[in-house]
Design a protein around this ligand. Structure first.
Ligand SMILES: C[S@@+](CC[C@H](N)C(=O)[O-])C[C@H]1O[C@@H](n2cnc3c(N)ncnc32)[C@H](O)[C@@H]1O
Length: 351
């Protein structure tokens, strides 16, 4: 296949996808990217608005919709977004436009009431707002971003969503903040700046503006941000790295490079947080536009080896067992493994 068969994409993208995905999958992906995008709406549960309330409003507006199969707050719409905007549903904070792939990244973080969560690249704040609404009034999301204007918009939206009491904004470069602050968090989400190659159906501009050289700069920045984010994780905390890209270099490649630089961290599979069709053989979350009819996105969890989070929600699903039972790559020492086995007991799963 010649790149000019897909004139709406730059040649380097076409070549890259054919190389990584093979001709068939790359063709399907490029066709998907050229189609009409669908949208998802998230009912603002932070304001006690349920999906049923949202469905009622959509029905009264005659906007066709389907319930999300994966997330109980979400509905999908193919048409009618303009009607939703004109009716003021977004402005009044009744719901947000948010892709389910972004919602599933929040599922991977699984915010729990009482937790202190650092959202290290937060603006414009789609995930921040959803995470805040999961806290049920207890805990705090620290929303950091280097871009002050975008952070201000986040603060304003938080007010209309009535979750502003659960969000504290921090205007800073993550790298500077991690160097100059000792504070640590139960969970750190690093939703890193990326190529956006998973969202080309909605971000047409990226199809021709994104350059191959950008990938080198972006992966360098992602490595630096991962190093900084890891300093902010408590010894029994979790770090979630995510992107809205489907590019192996920005996703699996960054995790592998991080673990080589930081053998004191291990991968913790996402298995219990998202439906199995989204879990890769390495235990990462990946939404595939063609397979799932969603934006492309990626997330993975790493945890410090020392002081595994055995008392946290994040370990209740028994993923630590997977390390022993099916040989998932673990960077624990033999001594740590023996200790952990003793704590988990004989059958361990589900504890
Ligand atoms: C992919 S966007 C985040 C999207 C956001 N998490 C959401 O769900 O709406 C990446 C963000 O990282 C921010 N950023 C880039 N470099 C940064 C840095 N060094 N420190 C902090 N934030 C940074 C950008 O300003 C941008 O808002």
């Amino acid at each position: 296949m010649r790149p000019h068969f897909f004139p709406f994409l730059t040649q380097w993208m076409v070549r890259r996808w054919v190389k990584y995905l093979g001709l068939d999958e790359a063709t399907k992906l490029m066709t998907w990217n050229n189609g009409d995008p669908g949208f998802s709406l998230r009912a603002n549960t932070g304001r006690n608005i349920t999906r049923a309330d949202l469905v009622e409003r959509l029905e009264s507006l005659k906007v066709p919709h389907e319930l999300s199969l994966h997330l109980e707050e979400f509905v999908r719409i193919k048409t009618g977004l303009q009607t939703v905007v004109q009716a003021g549903l977004l402005k009044e904070g009744f719901c947000s436009v948010q892709d389910e792939s972004a919602g599933l990244i929040v599922s991977v973080v699984k915010p729990q009431p009482g937790e202190r969560i650092m959202d290290a690249c937060a603006a414009p704040g789609g995930k921040t707002l959803f995470m805040a609404s999961c806290l049920k009034g207890q805990g705090m999301i620290y929303a950091m971003d280097v871009n002050e204007g975008r952070l201000r918009i986040l603060g304003e939206t938080a007010k209309s969503h009535q979750v502003d009491g659960l969000i504290s904004t921090i205007h800073s470069d993550l790298r500077v903040f991690a160097e100059t602050n000792e504070v640590q968090y139960d969970k750190v989400l690093l939703d890193a700046p990326c190529s956006g190659l998973g969202v080309l159906s909605k971000r047409a501009d990226l199809r021709w503006n994104r350059k191959l050289e950008d990938m080198v700069e972006l992966t360098k920045l992602q490595d630096e941000l991962l190093d900084s984010a890891s300093k902010l994780v408590k010894h029994d905390g979790v770090l979630v790295y995510s992107t809205c890209s489907i590019d192996t270099e920005e996703n699996e490649g960054r995790v592998e490079a991080f673990l080589q630089r930081h053998p004191e961290f291990s991968i913790d599979p996402v298995t219990s947080f998202v439906p199995s069709s989204f879990v890769t053989s390495q235990g990462f979350f990946l939404s595939n536009p063609v397979k799932h009819s969603l934006d492309g996105a990626f997330a993975e969890i790493v945890i410090p080896n020392e002081g595994m989070p055995i008392s946290k929600e994040h370990s209740k699903r028994g993923d630590l067992r997977i390390n022993f039972e099916i040989g998932f790559p673990s960077r624990l020492t033999l001594e740590q493994k023996t200790d952990l086995k003793r704590v988990l007991g004989g059958s361990g799963i589900g504890n």
